[in-house]
Ligand binder design. Structure first.
Ligand SMILES: *Cc1c(COP(=O)(O)O)cnc(C)c1O
Length: 375
């Protein structure tokens, strides 16, 4: 078995125990003679799977009683619209903090649906390398929106703005269950599963019950499938859910529980991130792009010294590209894959989600040292 260390930003690596468990049950799940992929979502065998997945989300995230836990489809990107259609219905006005691509896309989608979007803070001035400080949000906003962990820019909130009575909505796609989170501080949380929870195909939504409108009260034209109520009233079984993905999600949640729950994940993730950032901060060959005080534990973009050149220096830009390409290729040959950086940041990016081991990060740093000494 030649497993690689996979630093992909998403879909990303899953715990090996989970994959092995899935393989074991592939041909015959629990004496049913079927794979979970093949069974009816309304069957006696499947029901406990989705019920357990929800129960595990509630347990690990300490979800208060007055919140619904939903499994929907369409990825994080569909939530950009659903949030606006379901929550932006009173004053049709919302506050967004702009911290990079995903926050911008969410704001654009709301605008498209007729919401008056106020971008109340932005870190655009420094290519989104930090999280702006917004202590308090007030006004007649239907909701305030943040992207808690910015997958592309490698930034993360180390505080939460005080929004008073305004429901705080957060995209937690790339940091869900990477750390403890006080759900009661939020009106709505959502996470595409493919970064920290499961394969692609399911999106977790946690929403305060009183914020779920009747489908008719959503923005005009909201399709049945895009009303939270549709899913809340039907135990996420209004239509066929992504059955197999939810089954894997359940297994990942049990793996998280076995490894100390959200607190255990934070400890594990801090250890990994500290190891990598400490190396980056002490290196004169590499540097992290995210500012201290805003750094993600999950996504670590970094550049080399070849990136420090004037924007119009074409020869230096070509050399930078050559070094980056060489790094990514050589790393892959050494079993460290998917390290190419996002084009908006350049360089490299190591995504070190829950399932990535400290050994994987150590192997990466060893490789980086060797590469630096040879280049
Ligand atoms: C990946 C990602 C998304 C987009 O998720 P899809 O499921 O591909 O639509 C949205 N927000 C964040 C923070 C992400 O990391």
């Amino acid at each position: 078995m030649a497993r690689v260390y996979n630093f992909s930003a998403g879909p990303s690596c899953l715990p090996e125990e989970v994959l092995e468990d899935c393989a074991k049950e592939m041909m015959d799940y629990n004496g049913t003679g079927q794979s979970v992929m093949e069974m009816s979502h309304r069957s006696k065998a499947y029901e406990p799977i989705i019920e357990d997945a929800e129960a595990m989300v509630r347990k690990l995230m300490k979800v208060p009683e007055n919140y619904k836990v939903l499994f929907v489809q369409g990825g994080g990107s569909t939530q950009f619209a659903m949030v606006a259609q379901n929550l932006g219905i009173k004053n049709k006005k919302a506050a967004y903090i702009e911290t990079g691509v995903w926050a911008k896309k969410a704001a654009a989608e709301a605008k498209k649906l007729g919401i008056a979007v106020d971008v109340i803070a932005s870190s655009k001035d420094k290519n989104y390398s930090y999280i702006p400080r917004v202590e308090k949000i007030s006004g007649d906003y239907d909701y305030a929106y943040i992207c808690l962990n910015n997958t592309i820019m490698g930034t993360h909130y180390e505080y939460l703005p005080d929004t008073g009575n305004i429901p705080l909505v957060a995209d937690i796609s790339s940091c869900v269950l990477s750390e403890p989170l006080d759900v009661s501080k939020f009106g709505l949380l959502f996470a595409g599963a493919q970064k920290n929870l499961a394969p692609a195909g399911v999106t977790l939504v946690i929403v305060r019950e009183d914020l779920i409108p009747e489908p008719e009260a959503c923005l005009p034209g909201t399709p049945t499938m895009l009303a939270y109520k549709t899913h809340a009233d039907n135990g996420s079984m209004y239509n066929t859910p992504p059955c197999y993905t939810i089954y894997v999600l359940g297994k990942v949640l049990h793996w998280i529980e076995k490894n100390g729950g959200a607190e255990g994940m934070l400890k594990r993730n801090k250890e990994k991130a500290d190891y990598l950032y400490n190396f980056l901060d002490s290196s004169d060959f590499y540097h992290a792009t995210a500012e201290k005080g805003s750094r993600s534990l999950m996504n670590v973009p970094f550049l080399t010294k070849y990136s420090d050149h004037a924007a119009d220096d074409e020869a230096a830009a070509a050399k930078e590209k050559e070094i980056n390409d060489k790094f990514v290729k050589a790393a892959a040959a050494a079993g460290l894959v998917n390290l190419k950086g996002h084009r908006l940041v350049g360089g490299m990016r190591a995504s070190i989600y829950n399932a990535m081991s400290l050994d994987g990060v150590k192997a990466l740093v060893d490789f980086m040292k060797k590469f630096a000494s040879e280049n």
